[in-house]
Ligand binder design. Structure first.
Ligand SMILES: Cc1cc2nc3c(=O)[nH]c(=O)nc-3n(C[C@H](O)[C@H](O)[C@H](O)COP(=O)(O)OP(=O)(O)OC[C@H]3O[C@@H](n4cnc5c(N)ncnc54)[C@H](O)[C@@H]3O)c2cc1C
Length: 232
């Protein structure tokens, strides 16, 4: 994505100097990584993060969340919280296509994206590449298959909401504006579920909205109104 769309309002990406600059204005993962690290350091966030810790259970019991987590050294912690905000991304669990005959394929996936594109080009009608470094013109065309695009997979193996939140056809709901489950406001909220959109800006606005609701600065419609909005 273009550098103008990366970054948060209080710490713009494009003004942070040479380290993040990219002549093509499409920063790579290293620049984004440096930016996020600097953001966390500048605002003192690092000390608030428990690294190498996996949340294995989060369940609502008598109006409070029982959260169980496992650290890298195997130590397990059981804690109680009033509120849970789920932001575990959607790249945790790979989503693979069911392809007839794939079990019989003994090939390997190459390390380069171009290797993969070359393979795809053998069976796809068209392959389009958006790349800073691609020097390949026409890779190849063959009919038989339509282009295939797989969205990432939502995956919340730890979350127990007594079936208030369900996932059907990779769609999580019911959620008001993809953020608040009307029946669990504001004990539970989600950041980062929408797949289409400009990530950084979306996550920032969702986080500010949730913080505003939790601190009672922002109100929400009634449960019924939110459900009507979800079903509309
Ligand atoms: C190849 C690729 C290129 C991309 N390029 C761009 C780009 O150029 N610009 C852009 O804006 N976006 C880009 N994206 C999208 C961007 O990476 C995501 O939108 C963004 O990382 C989502 O942020 P997130 O915090 O919601 O999730 P993540 O960044 O996935 O973070 C979720 C975190 O939760 C942790 N987690 C998961 N489950 C648990 C658990 N049970 N307990 C504890 N921790 C857990 C994970 O380990 C992870 O650290 C790209 C994505 C991919 C895959």
């Amino acid at each position: 994505m273009r550098s103008e769309t990366i970054g948060f309002q209080d710490y713009p990406f494009i003004s942070k100097g040479q380290a993040y600059n990219d002549s093509s204005r499409f920063p790579g993962h290293r620049e984004v990584f440096l930016y996020i690290n600097d953001y966390a350091t500048t605002f003192g966030l690092t000390k608030l993060v428990r690294f190498e810790t996996n949340v294995v259970y989060a369940g609502l019991v008598n109006g409070k969340w029982r959260v169980r987590s496992r650290m890298e050294n195997g130590v397990i912690a059981d804690e109680t919280f009033y509120v849970v905000v789920v932001c575990n991304g959607h790249n945790t669990k790979p989503r693979t296509a069911e392809i007839l005959g794939i079990d019989a394929w003994s090939g390997k996936v190459g390390s380069s994206d171009l290797d993969i594109f070359m393979d795809i080009a053998q069976v796809a009608k068209e392959v389009h590449i958006a790349s800073r470094s691609a020097k390949v013109g026409v890779l190849g065309n063959m009919s038989s298959y339509d282009n295939l695009k797989l969205h990432p997979m939502y995956h919340f193996p730890f979350l127990d909401t007594n079936d208030i939140i369900t996932m059907e056809d990779n769609c999580v709901g019911p959620l008001y504006k993809h953020t608040f489950p009307p029946a669990l406001v504001a004990w539970l909220s989600f950041v980062g579920l929408p797949l289409m959109g400009i990530g950084f800006i979306l996550y920032e606005f969702q986080s500010k909205w949730i913080a505003g609701v939790l601190s009672s600065r922002i109100g929400l419609p009634s449960e019924e109104e939110m459900m009507r909005d979800v079903e509309a």
